[in-house]
Write a protein that binds this ligand. Structure first.
Ligand code: ADP
Length: 369
């Protein structure tokens, strides 16, 4: 439905979007994630025809945005970070104004009633926008994007400035819209993409550094690799065994003590599940395992590590040096997961480059014919 190929945007000598390629299938909800200044808004502004690109192509349902901007725009509903609201209008006046602006040909009364139903603003239809809460204003902004029934909806930071209840409502609304629309959502909030999106594209400094299905990232985050294990037995010997056991990459003992039991934090080698094996080894030694708790890994940590990886080892080393020793043990794990994500994104980028080269070679041959 949406295809972006080798998109580049320079502001003078500064490259804000640097050779980005990705596509979004019909009915998919894709989250565009990245730190401030990563190039998300620039990419979305190009997609929605607000900005022209320096080079590259962007198309919606096969319609090139540069070649046929009006045709492409008809397929898109856009909610910019600052919704373009006229505060002195009532909701009714504003939606009617947008209906006319878009040259909508659907039955006016019925269509506006349907849109208000979807975004739940019927009760404020006759109120002046200035007097509405931020949450309601955001809904009116979404209603504006839905007028004309566009196939694609693009949201730029849709929950910024909302309270927690409003955030949940808007996320649910976006999730529901995803049932019959293709959605791109730009955000810097990781939980938002995890809650709402089918796929996550991470951009940093104008480049894609990860592009994965949300479930893959969630699985990686929940990967059973770090545990706190409570073991009865002589602390030094237990720790020495854990440190030398094949499959365990890291082990340390925590300060707390419970009778003759100590708690140890262990991290297994990447791709290994050492739980059963550890259980039998401890049983053989006569050291009872009386507790095991899996330690999660935060999405924030993965995100930061992916972004760091894309900026090179130097910065990562500097960051690791700043981390406490406990946090440093974590970075092994995050680094592996982030490494996978980054390598996948790199492989896709190389495949896209190869495809473009082959296409150009075919085209040259055709031209020569
Ligand atoms: P994001 O939406 O991810 O926060 P943007 O796309 O807004 O990032 O910006 C990407 C980079 O381009 C930033 O470094 C920003 O300062 C720069 N930038 C954005 N718009 C302009 C502009 N009109 N002129 C010069 N630089 C710009």
């Amino acid at each position: 439905m949406i295809k972006i190929e080798h998109l580049v945007k320079n502001y003078g000598s500064f490259c804000a979007v640097d050779d980005i390629s990705f596509s979004v299938e019909s009915g998919e909800i894709v989250g565009l994630l990245g730190p401030n200044g990563a190039g998300k808004s620039t990419t979305m502004n190009i997609l929605t025809g607000y900005l022209s690109s320096t080079s590259g192509k962007a198309s919606i349902a096969g319609i090139d945005i540069l070649a046929d901007p009006l045709g492409a725009k008809k397929l898109i509903g856009y909610l910019p970070e600052q919704p373009p609201l006229y505060l002195d209008m009532t909701v009714k006046e504003y939606l009617n104004f947008n209906y006319e602006l878009k040259g909508c040909t659907l039955d006016r009364e019925q269509h506006l009633a349907e849109v208000c139903e979807v975004v739940k603003i019927k009760d404020v239809y006759n109120r002046v926008i200035r007097n509405l809460s931020k949450g309601y204003r955001q809904r009116v902004g979404i209603a504006q994007a839905l007028i004309g029934n566009p196939k694609v909806i693009i949201f730029d930071e849709p929950t910024v400035g909302l309270d927690p209840k409003q955030i949940i409502e808007i996320r649910n609304l976006i999730r529901n819209l995803g049932r019959d629309h293709t959605v791109i959502l730009s955000t810097h909030i990781l939980q938002e993409v995890q809650a709402v999106c089918d796929r996550i594209v991470i951009i940093n400094k104008g480049k894609i550094v990860a592009d994965e299905k949300t479930e893959n990232i969630s699985r990686a985050v929940e990967n059973n690799r770090r545990f706190n294990v409570k073991i009865c037995g002589p602390q030094r010997e237990v720790l020495a065994m854990l440190k030398s056991k094949p499959g365990i990459a890291y082990a340390e003992v925590l300060a707390e003590r419970d009778g003759d039991a100590y708690t140890y934090t262990i991290e297994s080698e990447y791709g290994m599940d050492i739980r059963k094996n550890l259980f039998f080894t401890l049983a053989e030694k006569g050291w009872a395992m009386i507790g095991m708790e899996a330690l999660g890994m935060s999405l924030e940590d993965i995100f930061i590590t992916v972004v760091d990886k894309s900026e090179g080892a130097d910065k990562k080393d500097r960051r690791d040096a700043r981390r406490s020793s406990a946090r440093k043990t974590r970075s092994n794990l995050e680094s592996d997961v982030a490494g996978d994500l980054y390598r996948n994104a790199e492989a896709r980028r190389r495949a896209a480059e190869q495809e473009a080269l082959e296409r150009n070679a075919d085209k040259t041959e055709d031209d020569e014919d």
